[in-house]
Design a protein around this ligand. Structure first.
Ligand code: OGA
Ligand code: NI
Length: 313
């Protein structure tokens, strides 16, 4: 699909090309909020180093990895694994390490692997480099909606960031499970680096479209808080990870969250006077609590924050 061809962000620095690049991003946001970017400003060498420390960590023995085990709840930190091949729902086939990186006060280094030795320094450098990209994209996305460039960044408040290292080992029966079940991300915007194919985004008629692995590209997706702030104009797309039976696939996912005490609400400029807002105002912490309580009964979580408005379908 054409929109998953990487968008070359170097064009943003060239006035003759910038409007074309901005239009490509706007088109992807209108369509499903999923796109890939190249020449994004993050050094390829740093991307490679992060993949290396990820690989080295997952190659440790189970006992070594369990030294960093987190509690098995959403929003927790540390190492975990979940492999489901029976009838249990939801399906998972993955190992992961989740770490909070921003604000600095939320770094809990006891969960940060000490092997390989360069793990901590590499993650610190990588995640520091992964702040400017989402903020540049938020500016382009704001403008594409007729908002001032700083609108979304300001609406999200002090950036909170976490990183999840995902590892999907080969599975003897890949058709019976999923690496990660279908979900939309609860955050504002997600920047994902993948090694190997396996990420799929929801497409028309209940089908799934593979997001092809492009070396050195990032996959970007809009998440639930952007859907709320844009009053549903831009959607946070469902996606999932599938597994295969012959190779390990890994991905490195950096999430850009609002501050927990940030009030999130539809931008007044995007609310139709007659129809009113589609989503209610909330503090982001409420959203995280709703996620932990999973009170959404099969619907997308964002729908439980929708206003029951007869004029909105
Ligand atoms: C996620 C996610 C997909 C992948 O971590 O939220 O959607 O390919 N990951 O790992
Ligand atoms: Ni996701």
């Amino acid at each position: 699909m054409a929109t998953l061809n990487p968008i070359d962000l170097s064009g943003l620095n060239d006035e003759r090309l910038a409007s074309y690049v901005r239009a490509q991003i706007a088109e992807a946001c209108e369509k499903n909020g999923f796109f890939q970017v190249i020449n994004h400003g993050v050094p390829v060498e740093l991307m490679d180093r992060l993949k290396q420390v990820g690989r080295k960590f997952f190659d440790l023995t189970k006992d070594e990895k369990l030294a960093y085990a987190g509690k098995p709840v959403i929003g927790s930190e540390g190492y975990g694994s979940r492999m489901v091949l029976d009838e249990t729902e939801p399906k998972f086939w993955r190992e992961f390490v989740e770490l909070h990186t921003l604000p600095l006060s939320e770094r809990h280094y006891n969960y940060w692997p000490q092997q390989p030795a360069e793990f901590r320094e590499t993650v610190e450098k990588y995640t520091a480099a992964l702040l400017d990209l989402p903020q540049r994209l938020l500016a382009v996305i704001s403008e594409s909606l007729g908002l001032k460039p700083s609108y979304l960044k300001e609406a999200l408040g002090e950036p909170h960031q976490n990183i999840v290292f995902q590892c999907y080992p080969p599975c003897p029966e890949p058709g019976k499970t999923l690496g990660l079940p279908a979900h939309s991300d609860v955050v504002a915007i997600t920047i994902l680096m993948q090694e190997g194919d396996g990420l799929e985004v929801a497409a028309e008629n209940d089908t799934w479209e593979l997001v092809p692995n492009h070396p050195n590209a990032f996959v970007v997706n809009l998440a639930d808080q952007i859907e709320i702030i844009t009053n549903g104009r831009y959607k946070s797309a469902n996606h999932r990870a599938i597994v295969n039976n012959d190779r390990t696939r890994r991905s490195y996912v950096t999430f850009y969250h609002p501050a927990k005490d940030q009030k999130i609400f539809p931008a007044p400029e995007l609310v139709d006077e007659k129809v009113g807002p589609v989503y209610r105002e909330l503090f982001y912490i409420e959203y995280l609590q709703a996620l932990a309580a999973e009170r959404f009964g099969g619907k997308r979580l964002v729908q439980s924050f929708a206003i029951d408005n007869p004029l909105v379908s």
